[in-house]
Design a protein. Structure first.
Length: 272
């Protein structure tokens, strides 16, 4: 295991995630052994903007039954389960954090989706899949942890079929100055690697992608985050996964978005 992997796992791991989710589901009147996806959606979409962002991202691409999707940085599997149940596609998900995968596998089994969703430990810098295996590579809030973004994009291109789609929601650096920590993905600069917008565009093209759309999605997620920050922490939210300091880290992310120190993008690119 590399030092990078250990650091990322340490940042995200919070013991007892499944137990907290089970308790929250039971308190809300749901059977933890057969949880409805609608109830889980408040917890298991870990990226900025939650389920609403997942739906917006999915609306920007074509997804049909029979397609194969690779979700890099799948967390506990919320987006993978949503895509499989909504569109009928087969989703493989990988994540560096073993606890996320263990919880995600259990929730996927309880939701009855193991035939279409397969989650396992894996690294976005070492994709253990054949060439041209996927119609879509899906990614949400991942590359902030990746310094070697060219290596990442080369791997994404390799596993995509010709004409396949890479869709991503990611942060870039912004014109407002250096990041103020903490943010959701980092307590300091050791785990935060952001490109500028220009660098993001240049890397995509240099690594064999044609940019279909690259939209500044910051105002949308700022609105969603501000609404969440102004309300009391709900019993069912991703703090069950991220830990008790979730509000502080979210406030830091929101401050950086407000001050344009970071910008949030929704990207669709085709394998050229």
């Amino acid at each position: 295991m590399t030092e990078r992997t250990e650091a990322i796992q340490a940042h995200w791991t919070r013991a007892g995630v499944l137990g907290r989710i089970e308790a929250a589901l039971a308190a809300a009147g749901h059977d933890p052994q057969c949880p409805p996806l609608a109830a889980l959606s408040a917890i298991d979409h870990l990226h900025t903007g939650g389920l609403a962002t997942t739906k917006d991202q999915a609306a920007g691409i074509t997804l049909t039954a029979g397609m194969r999707v690779l979700d890099i940085g799948c967390g506990i599997g919320g987006p993978a389960r949503h895509l499989a149940s909504t569109f009928g596609c087969r989703v493989d998900g990988i994540d560096l954090t073993p606890e996320f995968i263990a919880v995600g596998q259990e929730l996927t089994e309880r939701a009855g989706l193991t035939a279409r969703v397969v989650l396992r430990d894996g690294d976005g810098l070492a994709l253990d899949y054949p060439d041209q295996a996927f119609d879509v590579v899906w990614c949400q809030n991942v590359t902030m942890h990746i310094a070697d973004k060219d290596r990442f994009l080369a791997g994404v291109r390799r596993v995509l079929k010709p004409g396949g789609v890479f869709t991503s929601t990611e942060f870039s650096s912004g014109p407002g100055g250096e990041i103020v920590f903490p943010v959701q993905w980092a307590y300091d600069g050791r785990l935060s690697f952001l490109d500028s917008e220009a660098q993001m565009r240049e890397r995509l093209v240099a690594n064999g992608f044609e940019i279909v759309e690259m939209s500044n999605y910051s105002d949308v997620v700022r609105g969603r985050m501000r609404a969440a920050a102004s309300a009391a922490m709900p019993a069912m939210s991703n703090h069950l996964v991220y830990g008790d300091d979730t509000p502080e880290r979210q406030r830091g992310t929101l401050q950086n978005l407000d001050e344009r120190r970071i910008i949030y993008w929704m990207i669709v690119a085709e394998r050229a």
